[in-house]
Design a protein. Structure first.
Ligand code: GDP
Ligand code: IMO
Ligand code: MG
Length: 477
């Protein structure tokens, strides 16, 4: 026993939530090692009940499993508490099995405002990232900066002093800089409020949360200055609810592993959103790769059993940044409709493209997947010709590696071969042998493209997902 890691092999939304839920059936614990409110992971059980998880692990629908938010995550305490309340309201039980690591960096309302302000400023200058607006970049920046970081353990010790020292600095952040007038700020706060109302609709309807609790306008006074007194009081209230869940989750996970238990590390985002190895600058601010999963959960690499690369049978991307294998609009729209390619966190339409072998072997080489979980194969049913990119060509040369330069990546020409599609409905297939010949061949191509990476000869397919429900899967074990 030990740890299994779930990693998105592309730009996120590959189906990590579904795989985590499947692995959780036979696991004892689950940790979220990175990211925060930017993640949106969908689990749909056999009855069709759908839950979208952000801060909470997708393993949660399995009773008895221990759930932890690992030290590498950044967490907005109020959003976490609201998500917890929404889950409980759906009948999911959390008591005695849910923990937050005391080293987790706290994501404050001002981080979300900062994220919006930065995106607004960049959109005027060109080059916005298209973030999820959850404050991820500013929160991880404060962690790296050290002076402006607040950990969850600070709820217990020294919170007031820490918070006010930092807030004093933050107050000047939003004032009149880069054309951020008080009208612009009002617009931003209203948009954040609207997002909050949208994200907490079910809690509002049931009267479990009040509209004023979700209002961002209250954080600024009439002079458009940050009202950190209000923020502090609110955080203090939330902190009382949070205290019982705080612990050292890496110690907990290591203990479980030493007792012979299995832990699933559910990474958020995907390889190409990694802040070092992704398509910089159009990335997130954490490490959604296998190395990031052990870092963010405090588990030694020696304790890892399996590393699952979750690979969508095609590719999607949400937010800005280059996308070499993007489909032409009419095909992308068709895939978007069939695959329901709209963001689980923001509802934004996802761009769609064809399978990219260069991405595949790049992610394979760095993450060292031991198994692939191929998802959404059913979405390609009915497509007569399926393009596959094998290599990139740039200035007359076939590239050996994935370009580091974004301007090069924008100019590459994918070298493509067309694969014949299949017409048969595959959503009821539960065995590889039950797939149509061309679907099997396509799955083999995905595997072979990953196996072109160094040291990947032993790579196997672990799962082939053929529909959104947890039972719609071919298990290759
Ligand atoms: P994650 O962020 O990687 O957990 O993925 P998301 O939940 O954001 O997006 C994946 C979407 O695809 C969700 O709507 C899932 O319900 C859905 N999904 C997962 N696997 C399959 C599959 O095999 N077929 C289909 N049609 N949908 C799937
Ligand atoms: P899951 O875990 C897809 C993208 C955003 C943007 C960039 C930076 O559901 O796969 P951020 O808010 O992190 O600063 O945004 O990263 N992004 C995701 N795209 N799935 C996600 O999460 C994402 N989390 C962030 O769209 O391009
Ligand atoms: Mg998602």
């Amino acid at each position: 026993m030990g740890a299994d890691i779930v990693i998105g092999a592309q730009w996120g939304d590959e189906g990590k939530g579904k795989l985590t839920d499947i692995l959780a059936e036979t696991a004892d614990g689950s940790i979220k090692p990175n990211g925060g409110g930017n993640a949106g992971h969908t689990v749909i059980d056999e009855t069709g009940m759908e839950v979208i998880f952000h801060y909470l692990s997708s393993a949660m629908m399995r009773p008895n499993i221990i759930l932890a938010t690992g030290p590498g995550s950044v967490v907005n305490p109020k959003c976490l508490m609201n998500e917890r309340a929404a889950a409980q309201n759906m009948g999911l039980k959390l008591d005695d099995r849910f923990f937050v690591d005391e080293r987790v960096s706290m994501l404050m309302p001002y981080h979300r405002i900062q994220d919006f302000v930065e995106e607004w400023t960049k959109s005027k200058q060109g080059g916005k990232i298209g973030t999820t607006g959850h404050g991820i970049g500013p929160a991880y920046t404060d962690q790296a900066n050290r002076h402006t970081d607040i950990m969850f353990v600070d709820f217990i010790k020294g919170f007031e002093e820490n918070f006010f020292n930092i807030a004093e600095d933050k107050i000047s952040l939003f004032r009149g800089k880069n054309g951020v007038t008080s009208d612009v700020m009002k617009g931003i706060l209203q948009q954040l409020t609207n997002n909050q109302l949208r994200d907490n609709k079910s809690l509002l309807e049931k009267g479990l949360v009040r509209e004023e609790d979700l209002d961002y306008n209250k954080y600024f006074d009439k002079n458009s200055l940050l009202n950190y007194e209000i923020m502090y009081e609110e955080l203090l209230r939330v902190s009382e609810h949070m205290k019982p869940y705080l612990t050292n989750t890496s110690h907990l996970a290591n203990r479980l592993i030493s007792e012979g238990k299995k832990i699933v590390l559910e990474a958020s985002q995907g390889h190409f959103l990694d802040k070092i190895y992704g398509t910089r600058k159009f990335v997130t601010s954490s490490h959604p790769i296998s190395q990031g999963a052990v870092l963010g959960s405090g588990i030694s690499p020696m304790l890892v059993d399996r590393i699952f690369g979750v690979v969508k049978a095609y590719v999607t991307r949400v937010g800005a940044g280059p996308f070499p294998t993007k489909f032409e609009d009419s095909i992308a729209e068709k895939i978007r409709q069939i695959g329901k390619e709209y963001g689980a966190t923001t509802g934004r339409p996802r761009d769609c493209g064809y399978f990219d072998g260069v991405m595949a072997r790049t992610a394979q080489e760095i993450n060292g997947f031991t198994h692939l979980a191929i998802t959404k194969l059913d979405v390609l049913t009915g497509m007569e010709q399926i393009p596959v990119c094998y290599d990139y060509e740039l200035d007359g040369e076939v590239l050996e590696t994935y370009p580091a330069s974004i301007s090069d990546l924008e100019r590459v020409n994918p070298i493509v071969e067309i694969h014949p599609g299949w017409k048969e409905d595959i959503t009821s297939a539960r065995k590889y042998a039950g797939l149509p010949k061309n679907a099997k061949r396509y799955v083999d191509v995905i595997l072979e493209e990953h196996q072109r990476a160094y040291n990947a000869q032993d790579l196997k397919i672990g799962f082939i997902s053929v529909g959104p429900r947890r039972d719609q899967v071919i298990k290759m074990f």
